[in-house]
Structure formats: structure tokens, C-alpha cells
Design a protein around this ligand. Sequence first.
Ligand SMILES: *Cc1c(COP(=O)(O)O)cnc(C)c1O
Length: 385
Amino acid sequence: MKQARRLDNAPPYLFVEIEENIKKALENGVDVINLGIGDPDMPTPYFVVRKMAEAINNPVYHAYPEYDGSMEFRCAVAQHYKKRFGVDLDPETEVVALLGSKEGIAHIFFALVNEGDFTLVPDPEYPVYELATALTGGVPYHMPLTSGNGFFPDLSIIPKEVVKRSKILFVNYPNNPTGAVADLKQFQSIVDFGLKHDIVVCNDNAYSEFTYDGIKAPSILMADNAKDIAVEFHSFSKSYNMTGWRLGFAVGNKDAISKLKKMKNNIDSGVFTAIQVAGIEALKGCEKFVEGMQKIYARRRNIAINGLQKLGLEFELPRGAFYFWIKVPKGYTSKTYTQMLLDKTGVAVAPGNGYGEYGEGYIRISLTISDERLKEAFERIRNLG
Ligand SMILES: *Cc1c(COP(=O)(O)O)cnc(C)c1O
């Protein structure tokens, strides 16, 4: 059977090989410590689960949901935004519920990008920006994120011809995989760039609640005139350990949101209303819960700092998210170091080149594993000598 040409365009998923190798190791009885995945290891908070148990028994929620999310959900998002970021949102026009943020991120490319248009995406990046571009027939322009530029794109080096033909720019702060956090001034520069060139600018804020050392992550919508051009994506997956529930939302510029809604309404029929009810509960109870999670990740971050320093590995101190972006030792590539670690220690990591060309020479480890296993992983690597 022949697949559609657009699928040929989708770049191969670089993590497939490492996943195969992990599977093989497990089959051979290796006790694999997987530091490669970004899926929280802790359960959804009980107060959210309890609300869901109650909601699922209400037949009112068994019917088709409202396409754009229930008004209650959108109002709860608007209230959350006001409280957390000081940003006013109109729940009617500036908020849409998503089946996980990945769905909305992919669909906004379909809503805005024509074949041959450029998209401006970070490198390294969360692979969805790249894949969605490929599926639309657009052309991704990679904005390098390097330690030299503080893992923030230098907009001045993008060729004029590319800027002219670009429809959308994506950034992701707090950043996966580098751990960088943008400040408001940096977001303002993105917004000003978008306004000047009529390019919709998007921030993927999936890690908004995970920052360290007293830093508080801003929203791109806090920048002046942001609502004229910017959209922000949020996810319940990371903040509330809800990856399996599939709930997120997009907020911001009402034209862009309306085009995203139009795209979505032709493909999906909205989020199960009971899940939205549980999501409202998560937003209401978020402060206390998130505080607890922050403490856990801060503790694990210290374990990782300690372990990496003892190993003498060069790494970026993460200011946000729950990953470490680590330079591979001399003589290795991302792939060979990843493979060596798995073969010799049973520790699985994510090879940096899976996140883009500029990720070559790095690996990413994740803090979504217990303190004990994390310590053991460093112990095993240290014993390599
Ligand atoms: C995990 C993650 C998401 C979340 O995706 P969901 O579809 O909401 O689960 C989005 N963006 C980035 C950068 C992520 O790492």
C-alpha cells in the first residue's frame, strides 16, 4: 500500500532505534534505568482523580462535548491566567481546549501554513514542530539554540527571504531539552518580531510551573501587544502528572485561535467533558500541588548536579523543565555515547541529535525517576571508570 506523499515528508523518528535497543536489553534481563523519557513517574493527584470519578457518573457529560471546550473550562483557564500571569483573556474568543497540547500544536501548523511556506522552529526542539511542518508541506527553518546564545534564537540572523515567507514561529520556554527559561524581555523581542513581519508567534509553555532557584516562568502573553500576534500552548500533562488524560489548551490572539478552532472542528469533536471537569479541579488546586512537585524535582536536580559533577561531565544547569542537557565526552557522538551507556551500564538516555542537528554532541536525561534509581544510574556510570 502506498502512503500519501505528506507522510513521506515526515522525518524518521530518531528515538525508534534507541527504543528498540532498550527493548532488547530488557529482553536480555538487563535492569534498565530509563532516563530517556519525559513522562512524570508520579500519579495524578487524588483530588483530580476523585473529581473525575464523580464526573464520569454524570450522564450529562456522556454526550458530545462542546467543540471549543466547555464555557466552565474556558472560564477556569481565564481565571488561572489572570491569577498566575496577570493576563486577561476572553474565554469566548481567546481560549480553546485541546486533546493534549501536542494536538493543538500540530493543528495550528495546519491552520496557518501552506505548502512551501517557511516555519521558524528551534533546534534542538520538541519534534512536533518539525513533524507538523513536514506534514503541511511547509519548510522548517532551524533557529539554532546553543550555549553561546543562551539557548535563545538569534532572530537577526534569519535570512530576509525566509522571514518574508514565514507563517509561524515556535519557541518553547521553559525549554525542553535545554532547561533554559526565557524572561519577559526575550518574549517581547519575539512578539515585536512577529508584529513587524506578520508571523504568528507561539510559545509552548508545557513546563510553566517547573522552574528552580526562585525563578518564575513568564507567559509570552505578558509582553506588550502580545495578544495581537501571539499564542501560548499549555498542557496538564507535566504540571499535574496527567499525560494519559490528554488535556491542554491554547490561548492568545483571537484570529489565530479561531483558525485553530476551525481546523480542529473538522477533525476532532472536543475533549470529553468529564476530563475538562477534572481539569478545572486541577487548576483550582494547582498551587499547593505544584509546590510539592517543585520540591521533588529540585531534590532530584541536586542529585543529578552532584552525580554529573563527580563524573566530570559538562552540562547546562537547568533553570526550568525537568531535563539535563549534557555534553558527551570527547571521542563520542550522541548516538555512540547513548549506546555505550546502555550496553555497559543499562542506563538509557535520549541522544541529543534526536532533537535536531544542534543537539548533536549532547544527551538528555530526565528527572522523572525516583531518587534512588537516579542515584543508582550515576553510580553505575561512575563504576565504568
Ligand atoms: C511533554 C511536552 C508537551 C506536552 O504534550 P501533551 O500533548 O500536552 O501531553 C508539549 N510540549 C513539550 C515541549 C513537551 O515536552
